[in-house]
Design a protein around this ligand. Structure first.
Ligand code: ADP
Length: 169
């Protein structure tokens, strides 16, 4: 079995050691995947987030998962897209890398990511996908499973295509 897997689904339903939240620097519930994770985890998550906030772009924080099937939530903040010349790629890569580093430090073996920054933060999907997957490929040997959880078909296709290109190239 491949250690990296791209799936279509809802990250709040996945039973793994940790799910990753595409958070804002204040670690407030907000919209998008973050809102969904907070709703599913219950209000204790926001309380726990207050204690570890703020989280600058590219960094990561960990909390329990509370009512989620996942034991932990790793909160990371991706870059806001601003044309691509403002260090966005470097920050996006750091968000994935620092999430996986924090996971390793907490003995996490199975982890699921959403597509960081490609929603409200506006990062172009086809540019974001290879950045995420290159980090996964490098880090895969440290984990049992790394899932990329796409919430819609376009996201699923973008990551699947990027994964094929990486494997061929
Ligand atoms: P950002 O602000 O980092 O762009 P968003 O939450 O707006 O974060 O979007 C990130 C990605 O998460 C988008 O592809 C969005 O469709 C997806 N998403 C939203 N809800 C869920 C969910 N329940 N599970 C997985 N992905 C989700």
């Amino acid at each position: 079995m491949e250690r990296v897997e791209i799936i279509l689904g809802d990250i709040t339903q996945i039973k793994v050691d940790a799910i990753v939240n595409a958070a804002n620097p204040e670690l407030m519930p907000g919209g998008g995947v973050s809102g969904a994770i907070h709703r599913a985890a219950g209000p204790s998550l926001a309380e726990a987030c207050k204690k570890v906030a703020p989280c600058p772009p590219g960094e990561a924080r960990i909390t329990p998962g509370f009512n989620l099937p996942a034991k932990y939530v790793i909160h990371t903040v991706g870059p806001t897209w601003n044309g691509g010349q403002s260090g966005e790629a470097r920050i996006l890569e750091a968000a994935y890398r620092n999430s996986l580093l924090l996971a390793r430090q907490n003995q996490i073996r199975t982890i699921a990511f959403p597509s960081i920054s490609t929603g409200i933060y506006g990062y172009p999907l086809h540019e974001a996908a290879p950045i995420a997957l290159r980090v996964f490929k490098e880090e895969a040997h440290n984990f049992e499973k790394i899932y990329m959880v796409a919430y819609d078909k376009l996201t699923y296709q973008a990551y699947t295509e990027a994964w094929k290109s990486l494997s061929e190239g």
